[in-house]
Structure formats: structure tokens, C-alpha cells
Write a protein that binds this ligand. Structure first.
Ligand code: UGA
Length: 460
């Protein structure tokens, strides 16, 4: 199959590499020459500067110039194409709706190029990014307006989690394909031939609109699990003595009907997908005149969760942040990524600066550059000058009055020794990820321990 991937970010690039590994001829196209030059170089550091995913650089190096090609121009690669995957950003607008301008512009480019083909063989244009219900129809309209002949549109949402994109593409739980005609479904079966008769992988064929809905339902349900645990489980264990969070989790999720995923209580779920997708789903339901009470509660619980530990530190821990130094461990929205989009660390830093801290000493194994250059760039807000960056948890903690653990990086597990040997009580440990199960020794030495999903622990 000859495949074109339009857009080479977190969705498009891993998809391109894995399609190339299956032996298809894949042309990845992007209007950003910096990205394309980096990928074409095959150099790990240059690739990872744009998309940092385990196994991705190797997959690109293994297929580059044999099965996988990169281009900033679409016309020279359009002849003979069978399938075009649209992998564009669809950022949220203020009202929660999705901004489709990148997809619309790219669809026009694709349409113009397709209209000029010599051989008018059947081509399917597939939306892979998460797009509102009805977007396949929108792309269809654009392609018709551009004069494209003999084409179909389809929806084939991506279900990957960041940090697992390559492995997840090689061994997905399911592949969902929504198209209008048997001919187009057959073309996509040929793209995914390694998955169509797999014992473990569910290959689901349906309409474009059902396929678009599956992605929104799935992400919103995943966030519902997290908000259930954060908004109910954590609250219970914080309010009543002697509830053991880990046992609560084990006991509830022992029922095979109940997911264990999502039961990991935290300072809120971040990332580029959950918040954006649930807001978009609410917008779409509202547009149809439907109520969104459940989704609204799920979203609000998650947003509240991202800063409420700072409030608990004040009201339950009796801590005054004014002119204090606070270490923040973890800036990324989850471990194994440098991505800070919707990260709980953004809310924590904003809350801490708002409470008048004199310094925030930050550590993250991957996300410091992202933080410095983008999120906490002092040119955006002079208060970000109060943030300093450090090379280890110990260095970040030195000289501080409190520490806030924001990301679930493995290296933060069992930090009690580092804390005990670096700072003296009175000292507050705020644990947004329950990374310190052996907190008792800290408490015995006079430290205050405030975890998500448990009451404040301090010497009586
Ligand atoms: C999410 C979904 O998990 C993917 O299935 C989906 O394809 C993807 O969005 C997408 O739409 O592209 P991702 O955003 O990479 O993937 O991150 P997750 O691993 O799901 O984690 C999201 C957030 O939830 C993180 O902040 C994580 O720490 C948090 N989380 C996760 C919890 O707080 N508790 C949990 O039990 C699990």
C-alpha cells in the first residue's frame, strides 16, 4: 500500500513508523521543515527533540529511505496513493469546541493535490486525530469542493497513551475503522492486515460517526474512573480515620467488572487529551440540546484536584506559604514524558506563586527545558523568575520549607531518606502521587505528611 501521513506530531510520526515497519510505502508529510529535516536526518536526538517516544527513533532508523520517506511537499508524492491519514492538532477553543483549522487547511492541500492526479484510483482519506462527530463529512465536503474524484472518507481514531505510542501501535487493544463503503473498509483492512484476524486485537468496523463517538466515549470514561477515585475514594480516606487507600483499591477492583486503571489516586489527570476531549464532548452534547451533568462533574472534580492539596496544606496542615521556599518534584503530566500540557504542576505553581512563596525549586528528569522555554518563561510572567531548576530531588529540596510531589516518576518512590537527610522539621511533605508509603519514619521525626487519599499525618 502507498500511504501518506499528514502531520508528524505525537500521533502521526509513530503511526508512520509502525506502518512502514509493516512493509507499506509510507510518506510522512508536514509543512514544518524543521521537523521534516530532523526526521530525515535519522538522528535520535533530533527526532526526540520533536517527539520523544520510546522505540520511535529506532523504528525510524530501521525503515528510513526504504519504506519510510519524509516530505514538505504533497504534490510530488500524491501519485498512486491508496490511503491518506490526517494526523493534525485539534486544540480546544475557549468554549470547549475543537479548533479544526489545521485539519481544514490540510484537507484543502490534500484535496488540491488529489485533484491533479493522473490516475484516478480509489483513495481513502482517514481522520486519525480526535475530531468531533461529523468531521469525516466535513472533510468529504472539502475534497468534493476541491474537485477530487473517486475517494472515500473514514475515521480511525488513535487510542495510544503517551510514552507507549510505538509499542501501542504495534500491539493495540483494538483498531476502530468507520467508513461508508465496503470498498473503503477493504482498503483499510489491507493497511491493517496484521490486525484483522488477530486473536487478541479487536478489529471493529462501523460508520464514521460511530467511530468518532467511540474515541470521545472512551477518553471520557477513563477520566470518569479517575475522577471517581479522586473525588470519592480519596475524599473518603481523607475524611475518616483508619481507611487504607491501597486496600480500598484492591477490595473494590477485585470485581472483574471494575477497572483497576484509574484507581491510582492523584493530584489530577493531565495531558493533551482528557480535558480537551471531555470538554469537546460536552460541547457537542450541548449543541444537540442534551444535558452533560455527569461529564461536567467529572471534569470539575479533575480540575479541582490539581490545586486542592495546596488548600489542604493551609486549612488542614496549618501551613502558611507566604515567603516560604517550596520544592516541586515533577513537572510533566505523567512519568516518562516531557509533556506539560494540562499538567497538575501548572496549577500547583500558579497556586504557590499566588500564596506568595519566595522560591519554587523545581526538579524533573525530562521536562525542565519544556518548563523553562515555554510554560514558565519569565517573559510571560515575571513571577516565574521565582522558579529555579535543579539536577536532583535532593538539590531541589535543599533549604526549602516544604516539598510538593507532582509527577509519578519512579525515582520519587520512597524519598523519605532523601528528605530526612537534607532538611529538618518543621517541614511539610505534600504527596500528590502517594509516592512515600514509608512516611511513618518522617512523621516520627517531626515532619508533617499530607498525601492525596489520606489524612494529614504529624506528631500528636
Ligand atoms: C490518554 C488515554 O489513556 C489514551 O487511551 C488515549 O488514546 C490518549 O489519552 C489520547 O486521547 O490520545 P495519555 O494522555 O497519554 O493517554 O495519558 P494517560 O496515561 O491516560 O494518563 C493521563 C493522566 O491521568 C496522567 O496525568 C496520569 O498520571 C493520570 N492518571 C492515570 C491518574 O491520575 N490515575 C490513574 O489511575 C491513571
Amino acid at each position: 500500500m502507498k500511504i501518506i501521513i499528514v502531520g508528524t506530531g505525537y500521533v502521526g510520526l509513530p503511526h508512520a513508523a509502525v506502518c512502514a515497519e509493516s512493509g507499506h510505502e509510507v510518506h510522512a508529510y508536514d509543512i514544518d521543515d524543521n521537523r521534516i529535516n530532523a526526521y530525515k536526518s535519522g538522528d535520535r536526538a533530533q527526532i526526540e527533540a520533536h517527539v520523544n517516544e520510546p522505540g520511535l527513533a529506532n523504528a525510524i532508523q530501521d525503515t528510513l529511505d526504504r519504506y519510510l520517506f519524509f516530505s514538505t511537499e504533497i504534490e510530488p508524492i500524491i501519485e498512486g496513493v491508496d490511503v491518506i491519514f490526517m494526523c493534525l492538532n485539534t486544540p480546544p477553543n475557549r468554549d470547549g469546541s475543537s479548533n479544526l483549522s489545521y485539519l481544514i487547511n490540510a484537507s484543502r492541500d490534500v484535496g488540491r493535490a488529489l485533484a491533479k492526479r493522473q490516475e484516478k484510483k480509489r483513495v481513502v482519506v482517514v481522520n486519525k486525530s480526535t475530531v468531533p462527530i461529523g468531521t469525516a463529512r466535513l472533510v468529504e465536503r472539502i475534497l468534493k469542493e476541491e474537485g477530487v474524484e473517486n475517494f472515500g472518507v473514514a475515521s480511525n481514531p488513535e487510542f495510544l497513551a503517551q510514552g507507549n505510542a510505538v509499542e501501542g501501535s504495534r500491539r493495540p487493544d483494538r483498531v476502530v475503522v468507520g467508513a461508508d463503503t465496503p470498498e473503503d473498509l477493504e482498503l483499510l483492512r489491507r493497511v491493517y492486515n496484521q490486525f484483522t484476524n488477530h486473536v487478541r486485537i479487536k478489529y471493529i468496523e462501523t460508520t464514521p460517526e460511530t467511530s468518532e463517538s467511540i474515541k470521545y466515549m472512551a477518553n471520557s470514561l477513563l477520566l470518569t474512573y479517575i475522577s471517581y477515585w479522586n473525588g470519592v475514594g480519596a475524599r473518603l480516606a481523607e475524611s475518616y480515620d483508619n481507611i487504607r487507600m491501597e486496600d480500598l483499591k484492591r477490595g473494590v477492583t477485585a470485581d472483574s467488572r471494575i477497572s483497576t486503571w484509574g484507581s491510582y489516586v492523584s493530584n489530577g489527570a493531565g495531558g493533551s487529551c482528557f480535558g480537551k476531549d471531555i470538554q469537546s464532548l460536552m460541547y457537542q452534547l450541548n449543541q444537540a440540546g442534551q444535558s452533560t451533568d455527569l461529564l461536567n462533574a467529572v471534569y470539575n472534580i479533575n480540575e479541582y484536584q490539581k490545586s486542592y492539596l495546596i488548600d489542604r496544606a493551609i486549612y488542614e496542615g496549618g501551613f502558611n506559604f507566604n515567603q516560604k521556599k517550596v520544592a516541586i518534584l515533577g513537572l510533566a503530566f505523567k512519568k516518562r514524558t516531557n509533556d506539560m500540557r494540562d499538567s497538575a504542576a501548572l496549577n500547583a505553581v500558579e497556586a504557590l506563586l499566588g500564596k506568595g512563596v519566595s522560591e519554587i525549586r523545581a526538579y524533573d528528569p525530562l521536562a525542565v527545558d519544556t518548563a523553562k522555554n515555554h510554560w514558565f518563561n519569565p517573559s510571560k510572567n515575571h513571577l516565574f523568575e521565582r522558579i529555579t531548576y535543579h539536577d536532583s530531588p535532593r538539590e531541589a529540596i535543599e533549604g526549602t520549607d516544604a516539598v510538593y510531589i507532582s509527577t509519578d516518576w519512579e525515582e520519587f518512590r520512597g524519598l523519605s531518606r532523601t528528605i530526612e537527610t537534607t532538611v529538618d522539621p518543621p517541614y511539610l511533605v505534600i504527596d500528590g502521587r502517594r509516592m512515600i508509603p514509608d512516611y511513618q519514619s518522617l512523621v516520627d521525626r517531626g515532619f508533617t505528611y499530607l498525601p492525596v487519599g489520606g489524612p494529614v499525618k504529624k506528631l500528636a
